[in-house]
Design a protein around this ligand. Structure first.
Ligand code: ZN
Length: 626
């Protein structure tokens, strides 16, 4: 990518985000924000907010969020560089493309042109040439008629040394650079594909960037499939076959089917599921999923995901968490592949996608299905295997539900299974709570009407206390709680001078909020903080830019200090059994808490308690993520 950071910043600064988003739908000014109907989901009352000054948008209904560049990427399905170019054009800004990136762009264009010409040349050859008769017979035998051949622009590479390169008069630079040819040992240029049926691989806009070639049955060539080498226009980790054709249905349905082979994809299209893509001779990688995330939030794997095995499981769970997508597995009949099923029973192929199951469910069913559940010994063994799979899931609530399922199937007591498999297996845990820090008794409640639990991590940040959440989405109501952590972040964003240097990371018990605060502290401005923050933290920060603080900063700081000190008290009580210093600290902390209630002394008390918390944090690693 060739756009310098300063130029990206100039484009951002020159873009009027309200005008940009306003092109898609009316925005109305409400206080500091602009609100309107969300362009990313269907709604009747507006829950989409824009902060013009900070340059960010956030939807309270579907959680879409970002800046002007994100907006263009998501509404026009462009990559980062193209989105910046689009905005630069709009704002009349010339982006400095340094010598290199200018040359690179020119080269890319030449390679794309060559690839387009070659695709058309091979396609024409398949449709008309005499030497393609065998290829046409083969495709017909697979059930591909002329419509399929034209729709997917299939081609035929003749059985010659340099038929394409000579036919298109490709220079060595272009042929080699675009991956269409190579220089052989005698220094002559030679075609990369020979005697193969070709599947053009395109970028999401439909420009061919590579080719996949399959030999005909009976060929002596040991490599059944062969793909273009990586080139400046083709990276296999970032490319998905058929995304250009599937894009529309993927967006419409919010779901994408991922296969392993080009013919599987075509099978899905033929069976009436036109939202299938395939990796190009590589395993599904994070870059693929990031690309798909622009179009859909649910990924259905249509290959033997069990074969992909345990190593893949960890990746899938990680993507579910960090990229906020769902990974499911199509319920294909064992031993069948989509391409064959599409011909023998297209309805079954469609049903397999409709009946897709969460990845962990799929694995457990595989394990239990293969087990002997007729004897106590068999059931115990099956339970152990299934629990080993369950233990890999990072979410304890999810784990718990599958434990109950395994217990029921294996006729065991759930309680006896909760600790996981009896054969040792690593049990990942992302639980940040430690037992000694769990809630204290209810008489710790704050007398001032904050009815949130005074201790323990704050829950997920989608539970919030104010703002234009539609009344019917069920999150609000009598249980709405004051969340000092979120309010402190809003203040740190919107009125930093009023909280000054009174906030510290140690005051945030929720890891996402703490990371958000740290990001704000470490950056020179809000935009920089958002750029540098990881996904979840970034989403939180962007959302808070469109929420205004409504509380008195002093109250918020005092409440945060109070909550944090209270979380420390049970720990101190334990330490005090063996340490007089801890006993003294506990007494001082209790006194400090009392002083927090005294308006004339609370500022000083808060300062002292924070200083003490910082020392403790340093000693105990509190407030730092492992
Ligand atoms: Zn929305």
């Amino acid at each position: 990518m060739g756009i310098p950071d300063e130029d990206v910043a100039r484009v951002r600064a020159a873009t009027d985000i309200v005008a940009l988003i306003g092109e898609q739908g009316a925005l109305k000014r409400v206080g500091q924000r602009w609100v309107g109907l969300c362009p990313f989901h269907t709604e009747k009352s507006p829950s989409f907010s824009v902060n013009a000054e900070a340059g960010f948008y956030y939807c309270f209904g579907c959680q879409a969020s970002g800046d002007a560049i994100t907006f263009v990427r998501e509404t026009e399905h462009l990559d980062f560089v193209d989105a910046v170019r689009r905005l630069a054009d709009k704002a009349g800004i010339t982006i400095r493309e340094d010598g290199n990136s200018g040359r690179d762009n020119q080269k890319r264009k030449i390679f794309l042109d060559a690839m387009e010409q070659a695709t058309e040349w091979y396609h024409h050859r398949l449709l008309t040439a005499a030497d393609a008769g065998q290829a046409r017979d083969y495709l017909r035998s697979r059930g591909y008629d002329g419509d399929v051949v034209r729709r997917f622009r299939l081609g035929w590479a003749p059985d010659g040394w340099d038929t394409l390169c000579v036919g298109l008069k490709l220079s060595e630079d272009v042929a080699v650079g675009a991956g269409l040819g190579f220089v052989n040992r005698r220094g002559r240029i030679q075609d990369a594909f020979r005697a193969r049926v070709l599947f053009p691989i395109c970028d999401p806009s439909g420009n061919p960037v590579a080719l996949g070639g399959r030999v005909l049955p009976g060929s002596t060539d040991p490599a059944k499939y062969k793909n273009s080498t990586e080139t400046p226009i083709y990276s296999k980790r970032r490319t998905l076959y058929a995304l250009n054709w599937a894009k529309q249905d993927v967006i419409k349905s919010g779901e994408v089917v991922v296969c392993e082979g080009y013919t599987d994809v075509i099978g899905f299209f033929e069976a009436g599921v036109p939202r299938a893509v395939a990796t190009c001779g590589t395993a599904l990688a994070e870059e693929h999923v990031r690309l798909l995330k622009n179009f859909a939030t649910r990924v259905v794997l249509a290959f033997d995901a069990d074969g992909a095995g345990q190593a893949a499981a960890g990746r899938f769970y990680e993507w579910e968490r960090t990229l906020e997508i769902d990974v499911a597995v199509a319920a294909l009949p064992p031993g069948s592949d989509p391409a064959d099923l599409a011909r023998s029973d297209p309805a079954a192929l469609k049903a397999a996608v409709e009946g897709a199951k969460p990845f962990l469910q799929f694995r457990i069913e595989r394990i239990l299905g293969a087990a002997d559940l007729s004897t106590p010994e068999g059931r115990a063994r099956a339970a152990d295997h299934a629990l080993a799979a369950v233990a890999e899931h990072p979410d304890d609530l999810v784990r718990d539900q599958y434990v109950m399922q395994v217990a029921e199937r294996c006729r065991l007591e759930p309680a006896s299974l909760r600790d996981g498999p009896r054969t040792p297996a690593a049990k990942p845990s992302r639980t940040e709570r430690t037992p000694s820090r769990t809630p204290a008794s209810s008489d710790d409640r704050d007398p001032r009407g904050y009815d949130g639990p005074p201790d323990g991590p704050e829950p997920e940040w989608d539970e919030w206390d104010d703002g234009p959440v539609p009344a019917d989405n069920g999150r609000r109501g009598a249980t709405a709680e004051f969340r000092p952590g979120l309010e402190a972040l809003r203040l740190a964003i919107h009125r930093p001078e009023e909280v000054g240097d009174r906030l510290e990371p140690v005051l945030f018990s929720d890891p996402t909020q703490r990371a958000a605060f740290t990001a704000l502290m470490d950056a020179d401005d809000l935009g920089e903080a958002i750029d540098a923050a990881p996904g979840r933290v970034q989403a939180l920060l962007v959302r808070l830019t469109v929420e205004e603080p409504r509380s008195d900063p002093d109250e918020v700081v005092v409440q945060l200090v109070r909550d944090t000190v209270r979380r420390e008290l049970p720990l101190l009580a334990v330490e005090a059994r063996t340490s007089t210093s801890a006993m003294e600290q506990a007494a001082a902390a209790a006194l400090g808490l009392q002083e927090l209630d005294d308006p004339t002394r609370r500022a000083e008390a808060a300062r002292r308690l924070v200083a003490w918390l910082l020392v403790r944090a340093q000693q105990n690693g509190i407030g730092q993520d492992a």
